[in-house]
Design a protein around this ligand. Structure first.
Ligand SMILES: [Zn+2]
Length: 283
């Protein structure tokens, strides 16, 4: 056997700090089917929290489970808000978990159905939640998916894990999480590094309006990069991936096109524009 290493880069569900963690590839290959759960101890990713990251056999992060997250039970009150922005980012992160907030931005941007699986009354209005994230997405891409809830009846399903896998089997393309900061399913093949990065950047501000503006400015730039990518593809019959990246990089003064940015742009084109357009790119 080789001593090959795979790199996971989880983000802490509570504070969002992310770190590259090397894992022996054998951990993934010994399981040809199903999911692998890896416990990340305190200090393994961030300084303060421990959690479980769920990956598939290709070392793709598809979910998170929190450990001891419900210990601090102090209810956070939503401060009085005057602006059209409904929440301070910190409040939402405390309520839903960092990765859920990052995932919701991803879902709104790339058009994935999203569901909160919950057993109790929602203390956040779904209308406000949708509005909050839609504000970050420019027209004409705004309002294209709705975050919804799935009711989980613990009387009928005493085992939440079983219920979660039922829902995941029915909604294979949807982003699923519960209000206890547990991500049940991330349906995308990319990840949320980009969203993690812009959230952390926005958190340097305290004014909710400024936070939303930072995120929406970044998303606006990403979308215009993607639209330029579309224009380039529209004009060619075939293009190699390398040439495509080079052309894009030369035309975009403000963005460096690395493999990750390219994967995100391709995801945007696939989800928002046309699957066929991507067939012009020769791998
Ligand atoms: Zn943490």
């Amino acid at each position: 056997m080789s001593n090959e290493i795979k790199i996971l880069m989880p983000a802490c569900p509570k504070c969002g700090v992310s770190k590259k963690i090397p894992i022996p590839a054998s951990v993934f290959t010994q399981k040809t089917f199903g999911l692998i759960k890896i416990q990340v101890p305190q200090g393994g990713c961030c300084e303060d929290h421990q959690f479980i990251v769920i990956a598939d056999s290709e070392a793709r992060i598809i979910g998170y489970e929190a450990i001891d997250m419900s210990v601090s039970k102090e209810e956070e009150q939503l401060p009085e808000m005057e602006s059209e922005v409904k929440f301070p980012l910190k409040y939402l992160i405390n309520k839903l978990g960092f990765n859920s907030v990052a995932g919701l931005i991803h879902a709104k941007l790339f058009k994935y159905d999203s569901f909160i699986i919950r057993s109790d009354e929602a203390d956040i209005s779904m209308e406000d939640l949708n509005e909050y994230f839609d504000l970050m997405i420019p027209e004409p891409y705004r309002n294209s998916i709705k975050i919804d809830t799935i009711n989980f009846d613990s009387q009928i399903f005493p085992n939440p894990g079983y219920f979660y896998s039922l829902v995941a089997n029915q909604r294979t393309r949807a982003f699923l999480f519960n209000p206890r900061k547990h991500i049940v399913q991330m349906p995308w093949r990319t990840n949320v590094y980009y969203e993690t990065h812009i959230i952390n950047y926005a958190l340097e501000r305290t004014d909710p309006k400024e936070q939303t503006k930072i995120i929406s400015d970044s998303i606006g730039r990403f979308i215009s990069d993607s639209e330029l990518a579309k224009t380039i593809l529209d004009a060619v019959k075939k293009i190699s991936e390398k040439e495509f990246m080079k052309t894009l990089d030369e035309k975009l003064a403000l963005t460096t096109i690395n493999k990750y940015r390219m994967a995100l742009i391709n995801e945007f084109l696939r989800r928002r524009v046309s699957v066929d357009l991507l067939k012009k790119i020769k791998k």
